[in-house]
Every structure is written in structure tokens, then in C-alpha cells.
Design a protein around this ligand. Structure first.
Ligand code: SF4
Length: 351
């Protein structure tokens, strides 16, 4: 049976018209459903006929997922393991915002991942399947419910959980439309951010979709040789092509892309790497985010990575700043709850 998250306003309006009802009920119904996540729909207040309510309840369910596990870290980060009726689980994360009444959410786009990044726990079981747009939206609804219970507003959503969003772009766009649209999830287009490890054709299709949504490119190394050691697809998508795509995003979307760089001890954290990254950023108005590494044990190649020490991170940042690069060091979130994506799912034996 289909559920409400499987529909956007247009497709639900078509269904209602097919059933002989006014298509205009669709917007009010879905708007209420997203606005009051987790609460029963007030059909009377929405002036939706009882007959339609009955038909909907008989033929369209409300949810296709549930929270199977929940872990909270000392810093307030909460990681949810979400299980789908269609099989499989993903991780979604709620992070406290810098204001006490705000929160940011991180959602997954695939169950597992085929990209094979050597420092990542998600990819260790390979790709299981793509999530549907509705399954992506359901993660948002679970996070919103949690945020509301904590007295927070879920203000931003990032696609930085399990999976490579550009390899499931159609459903990711469907999910974004449900989450960001002011008439539905109402997070806002500019408060939504999609992250890619550098799938160049996907970045171009993302730009073509003209969503007004932010882009993060996980570069993790300034040259193809270093990058290929940790990201197998670096051979297919060279740094130069990835940055050309990011520059096209800047030019056409008129939003500053983020360049994410996870600092791994002895791999990509030298002064030389910092200077090469600064070379790449010359004349390119993007923001560099340095991300601390969360340990996962051995990667697919058997290598055990370690986070760069704090003094190395500080030095890396210092070099970037001295070269005029806009760069920030990001805090590690949820250190004590299997912080790296894919770890919670692995702990619960997920596939
Ligand atoms: S880092 Fe992202 S793209 Fe790479 S394997 Fe992990 S989930 Fe996939």
C-alpha cells in the first residue's frame, strides 16, 4: 500500500481527482501532514469530506518507517536507526543548533553505498538499494518529531548520511521537494544542503534541476593521487573536473559551494596538502569545511585511519587562512554514539 509520503501535491491531487474529489484538498492535507508531523490529521478543521477520509484511510497509509533504535550523545546529538516497510535501515541524525531552540538534521539517500570510500563505515556492506523520495521524507518527519519533542525547530537538512545522493538524484530531488517546499516540510530551499563525494555528471544534473539548494563537495584531497588512495572513484572523476562542476554551480546557482575535507592523520593533512588545496581555491569563492574523522576501525583496504591531531588541524587551517581561503574547522558530533555514518546500522546488524 502507498503512503502519504509517496505523494507530492501534484500526484495526490491527481489521485483525489481520479476518486471524484476536489484536487485542492491535496495541498491542505499534505501541508497539515508535514506541519504537524506525528499528529493525527484534523480532517474536520481541514474541511475534508468524511467519505474522502475513509477512502484515504482504506487505501493510503500514513507511514512506511519506524525508529528501530535511538542513541544520544553527551553533546545532544541523537542518532536514529530508521527501519522501512520496504526492507532495510538507515541512519538519520539530529544535531542541536547553535541556538538552543534550533536543530539541524542529517538524512540518508541510500541503504549502504557503492562508492567504496576507504574511511567510511557505510560502504562496507556495499549498496543495498536506493531510498524512495517518500522514504527520504520520512526521515525528515522522524527528525522533526524529535526536534519538536526537544522544544527545537528543525531548521536545516543536510544530505550527508548514508549513500551518495548523486547516484539516487531523482528520488533525492523528490525528497527535497517534500522537505524544503514552504507548503510541505517548509525547511526552505536554502536551508537544505546536498553533499557529494564528487560524482561529476550528478553535480551537473543537480545544477540543471535549478533547486536553489546548497551543494557540498567532499574533496578530502587536493590531488588525484592522494584522493585515489581513499576514494576509488577519484580515478573516474579527477579533482579538476569536480572543481569545474563546483564552479559551474557557483556561477549558475549563485550559492557558495562548500568544500568538505576530512583530515586523516598522515594521509591528507600535511602542509603541502594545505598549500595545494589553497592553490585550488584561488579565485574560487567557496567555503572549506575541515571535518574531524570519526574512527571506524579498518577500512575496506584494511587500512586503519586515525583522525589528524588537533595541532595538525590548527596548522592546516592556519595555512588556508594565511592564503586567503575561507575555511572553518567543524566540531565532531556525537563522538560517543558511533559518530561515523554507517556505524549505528552496522552495530544493529543492518544490511
Ligand atoms: S563517504 Fe559517502 S559516498 Fe563515500 S562510501 Fe561513505 S556514504 Fe558512500
Amino acid at each position: 500500500m502507498k503512503v502519504l509520503t509517496d505523494y507530492d501535491i501534484g500526484s495526490l491531487a491527481s489521485l483525489l481527482a481520479e476518486w471524484g474529489y476536489k484536487p485542492s484538498h491535496a495541498g491542505r492535507l499534505l501541508g497539515h501532514f508535514y506541519r504537524y508531523a506525528g499528529q493525527a490529521i484534523d480532517f474536520e478543521r481541514l474541511l475534508i469530506p468524511q467519505a474522502l477520509r475513509k477512502q484515504l484511510e482504506g487505501q493510503v497509509g500514513y507511514r512506511q518507517s519506524r525508529v528501530a533504535a535511538r542513541r544520544e550523545a553527551g553533546d545532544g546529538t541523537t542518532k536514529l536507526l530508521i527501519e522501512f516497510d520496504g526492507g532495510g535501515e538507515v541512519e538519520s541524525v539530529l544535531m542541536p543548533g547553535y541556538r538552543a531552540d534550533r536543530a539541524a538534521g542529517c538524512v540518508s539517500s541510500q541503504i549502504g553505498c557503492a562508492m567504496g570510500c576507504d574511511f567510511c563505515a557505510t560502504t562496507q556492506g556495499g549498496l543495498v538499494r536506493n531510498l524512495s523520495a517518500g522514504e527520504i521524507a520520512e526521515q525528515f518527519l522522524h527528525l522533526k518529531e524529535l526536534a519538536v519533542a526537544q522544544g527545537r525547530q528543525l531548521q536545516t537538512i543536510v544530505f550527508m548520511g548514508m549513500g551518495e545522493p548523486m547516484l539516487n538524484l531523482e528520488n533525492v530531488i523528490g525528497g527535497i521537494r517534500r522537505i524544503a517546499d514552504p507548503l510541505l516540510g517548509a525547511v526552505g530551499w536554502r536551508n537544505t544542503n546536498v553533499s557529494t563525494v564528487g560524482v561529476v555528471p550528478g553535480i551537473h544534473r543537480f545544477i540543471d534541476a535549478n533547486l536553489n539548494v546548497n551543494l557540498t563537495v567532499s574533496l578530502h584531497a587536493p590531488d588525484d593521487r592522494t584522493r585515489a588512495k581513499i576514494i576509488p572513484t577519484a580515478q573516474r572523476y579527477p579533482v579538476a573536473e569536480i572543481l569545474a562542476a563546483a564552479k559551474r554551480f557557483l556561477a549558475e546557482a549563485r550559492l557558495f559551494p562548500n568544500i568538505a575535507y576530512c583530515l586523516l592523520d598522515g594521509v591528507n593533512d600535511s602542509d603541502e596538502h594545505a598549500n595545494r588545496l589553497a592553490d585550488l581555491m584561488e579565485g574560487f569563492r567557496a567555503h572549506v569545511n575541515l571535518i574531524p574523522y570519526n574512527r571506524i576501525g579498518a577500512g575496506l583496504s584494511g587500512t586503519v585511519y586515525r583522525p589528524a591531531p588537533p595541532e595538525r588541524i590548527a596548522r592546516f587551517l592556519q595555512i588556508l587562512h594565511a592564503r586567503g581561503v575561507v575555511a572553518h574547522g567543524r566540531d565532531s558530533r556525537g563522538d560517543d554514539v558511533d559518530a561515523a555514518c554507517g556505524q549505528l546500522r552496522a552495530r544493529y546488524g543492518g544490511q
